[in-house]
Design a protein around this ligand. Structure first.
Ligand code: SF4
Length: 474
């Protein structure tokens, strides 16, 4: 797992006739915890009123039995958050709630809006007063003031104005909406649960609830779910799809599916192709837990070099309210990973990981393996070098901080202290997904952004290391 890549957010919406759904929403957020560990929130609709509880913390820190009991209603949306725009504080915790002309609306958002600054400026000129710094509020305020006699028309208007990535869960009186941007950059899937419906960022949220995966929400689609049934509107015709390739490589849980395509075998195939592209004589293949385990298995199968569980991860080292001091930050890798020297000692190791972002974590892991007695460490990466920032909701680094942007592969190899280094080619990364190249976003590897990228944003990414994004722990 690459700690320099921050998961974005997870969203969920649930409707079940005659059933309070806050507990199910809580459980589905639990399954989406990997997509955001900073804030969590749930909004429910009951007796003509939307109630929201959202705060900083992990899902089980934010909610308890008493809070869930108070969140009554059979329509609900939820959110887990890692901020990619907007500061890190409770005020930006979602769902965000607004009072509009048509009534109250609550919104959960996964993604990032590239023209948020311009839209915000226009809305402020119209007299709209903002209460948060997040791009989600821009999107929600735009829905509020949009022309239209119903919510679907207003959401459609917003979609015509907003550029960027958004998978949304929207709650209004007696209805929930699943909304996906016209490029389908971030995931959103639909499932059937009892007599009702669930949609979520990942299908792993369905499995824990016994819900059945139905299909992915289409790029540019608005799906309305209510007591009167489901009504789908292709609000914007999708000219080109651009689903995030990094969801396949790293973000999504391996037990999730995109377009009915299970992630675990995709990552295994990436490992197999990597073994073909960069074979090396060694004694053991290790995957950096958790996201590179499937790829390491694939590498092992293809190379006939035994797979070993030699690097244990403490899964309970997450983000906490207590920020570690500098010396603890330095030791974060040791807190997170523990190499077992009894298994490693005297062996030539192939270490498989999904990416190298800034190049700050990988040298520490390699050093750890050497200290545990590895005689050689060969680094294999299941993606091409990341050379461009993401504008669609992934907090990786600004362009100048990306190691592959200013160092050659040989220089990175030396920097991380590996005996050899191999990156999977873009062709084989895409091949492993069993997805057409022209339906994927691969901009952080190739620079081919599906939308326009605002110039000043690009400049800011290039020049500033002090954006409102988070200080990274590593
Ligand atoms: S730029 Fe990279 S991380 Fe961002 S959406 Fe595209 S593929 Fe995903």
């Amino acid at each position: 797992m690459t700690p320099n890549l921050r998961e974005k957010c997870g969203v969920v919406g649930i409707f079940i006739p005659n059933e309070n759904v806050s507990r199910l929403t809580f459980l589905s957020l639990y399954a989406l915890q990997h997509r955001g560990q900073e804030c969590a929130g749930i909004a429910t609709f009951n007796k003509n009123k939307i109630s929201v509880h959202a705060s900083m913390g992990l899902v089980n820190q934010v909610f308890n039995q008493g809070i869930l009991d108070q969140l009554k209603g059979n329509f609900s949306i939820g959110h887990t958050r890692y901020s990619t725009t907007g500061s890190s504080s409770s005020i930006n915790a979602q769902p965000l709630l607004f009072d509009c002309e048509l009534g109250s609306i609550a919104v959960s958002h996964n993604g990032n809006i590239v023209n948020a600054d311009i839209l915000r400026y226009d809305l402020e000129k119209q007299g709209v007063q903002f209460i948060t710094s997040s791009d989600t509020e821009v999107l929600a305020q735009l829905i509020c003031v949009a022309p239209g006699k119903n919510w679907q028309e207003k959401i459609k208007y917003m979609m015509q104005k907003v550029e960027g990535a958004y998978s949304l869960a929207v709650l209004v009186k007696d209805k929930i909406y699943a909304v996906r941007d016209p490029f389908g950059i971030r995931p959103l899937s639909l499932g059937k649960i009892n007599d009702g419906w669930i949609f979520a960022s990942e299908t792993c949220a369905f499995d824990h609830l016994g819900a059945e995966y139905v299909r992915d929400i289409e790029a540019g689609e608005i799906l309305e779910i209510s007591n009167s049934g489901n009504f789908s509107l292709q609000a914007i015709k999708s000219k080109q799809q651009a689903f995030c390739l990094l969801e396949y490589i790293y973000f999504a849980r391996p037990d999730s599916k995109f377009n009915n395509n299970l992630i675990h075998p995709v990552r295994q195939q990436m490992g197999k192709l990597l073994a073909r592209e960069y074979p090396v004589d060694a004694d053991m293949v290790i995957g950096v837990p958790d996201s590179a385990i499937a790829a390491a298995l694939g590498y092992s199968q293809e190379s006939n070099i035994p797979y070993g569980e030699a690097l244990m991860k403490n899964r309970y080292v997450g983000r906490t309210f207590i920020q570690p001091n500098q010396s603890l930050r330095e030791r974060n890798v040791q807190l997170k990973f523990n190499p077992m020297s009894e298994i490693i000692k005297g062996k030539r190791i192939i270490l498989v990981d999904d990416s190298i972002v800034r190049g700050t974590t990988t040298p520490r892991v390699i050093n750890m393996l050497r200290s545990a007695g590895a005689t050689e460490v060969h680094m294999r990466i299941t993606s091409p070098p990341i050379v461009n920032p993401c504008f669609y909701g992934v907090d990786m680094a600004n362009k100048a901080e990306l190691i592959a942007n200013h160092k050659s592969i040989q220089e990175i190899e030396k920097h991380i202290g590996a005996d050899s280094l191999g990156y999977l080619s873009i062709e084989n990364t895409i091949l492993a997904t069993k997805t057409e190249k022209n339906t994927l976003c691969d901009a952080c590897f190739t620079g081919n952004y599906p939308t326009s990228v605002p110039l000043q944003f690009d400049k800011m990414q290039m020049e500033s290391a002090t954006s409102d994004r988070h200080e990274l722990n590593f």
